[in-house]
Design a protein. Structure first.
Length: 289
């Protein structure tokens, strides 16, 4: 705390958020305060051979190797996550000790938590206890075997499966609330929708919303967020809808033109693990007469 304090506002999302209908709310937006990581690493001295920086938390788990055999081995594995030296030296990474102006609670990683804006929650190591600079790849359980996405890629007529560690947050949006207004002539009910969109800091250009099989409509984005890593609110008036059951869905589009995919798009349909569930989220609702 003797070093200069910095703050960053960011969206923090669990890497498994959205993997099933009952797990869709593991995302939040907070302002974190602490010491910038890069100056601290540079002050300590970085070996020229360093290619990765590894961050260890105090929490350990037992791992069983070769289970059920005579060579079965049980070991205590620390929670560790790594990133390239270039990523670790980004100026916005923090060793945080505050959340929203208050000391971080123990359940949220006190006394020190690594904060990596734009990356999934797993990279934001809680209860940080050790930082190591290494000259080779770190292959701990939570980098090489867990929090790994397996996704198929088409190469001509062949599908090749590729494994990647969960790192940067993917472009995503969700409709959070649908509101009705007093009925108008003709029996239709005016409807408004509200939601949030977020990404890895690339930037949200627009969010479009669709009702049932209708066309995509452009929503209104809230004023610029305080941080490029914070989520963006959107809203839209959808006009009058007839009573009955309806489906609403949103899709975010970033400043590079990337569009949030559907469940049918290859990058989601060919994904075999539940991490990084950033597909569009259709939501059903009913309007009473």
């Amino acid at each position: 705390k003797a070093m200069p304090k910095s703050e960053v506002e960011m969206t923090l999302e669990c890497a498994g958020n959205g993997s099933n209908p009952g797990f869709r709310n593991a995302v939040c937006n907070n302002r974190w305060g602490g010491t910038r990581l890069a100056p601290l690493l540079q002050e300590c001295g970085i070996d020229p051979k360093t290619i990765e920086v590894v961050f260890f938390g105090k929490d350990n788990n037992e791992e069983v190797l070769r289970p059920g055999t005579k060579r079965e081995l049980k070991v205590e594995v620390p929670f560790g996550r790594s990133m390239s030296l270039a990523d670790a030296l980004r100026p916005d990474l923090l060793l945080a000790y505050e959340r929203n102006g208050e000391p971080i609670e123990h359940r949220n990683g006190a006394p020190i938590r690594l904060i990596v804006p734009g990356w999934y929650g797993v990279a934001n190591v809680k209860w940080l206890s050790r930082i190591e600079c290494r000259d080779r790849r770190y292959m701990g359980r939570y980098m090489a075997r867990d929090y790994v996405t397996v996704r198929g890629e088409r190469h001509g007529d062949e599908i090749v499966y590729v494994e990647t560690s969960v790192t940067r947050i993917n472009l995503k949006s969700v409709v959070a609330r649908v509101a009705r207004h007093p009925a108008v002539d003709g029996g239709k009910i005016p409807i408004s929708a509200f939601g949030i969109a977020w990404d890895d800091g690339t930037g949200i250009a627009k969010v479009e919303v669709k009702i049932d099989d209708g066309p995509w409509q452009t929503s209104q984005l809230a004023a610029e967020p305080k941080s490029k890593y914070g989520w963006t609110f959107f809203s839209i008036d959808l006009g009058g809808l007839p009573p009955g059951d309806h489906t609403i869905v949103s899709r975010a589009i970033d400043v590079n033109g990337r569009i949030q995919p559907t469940e049918e798009d290859d990058e989601i349909a060919l994904k075999k693990t539940y991490w990084e569930a950033y597909q569009q989220w259709p939501r059903k609702f009913s309007i009473d007469a």
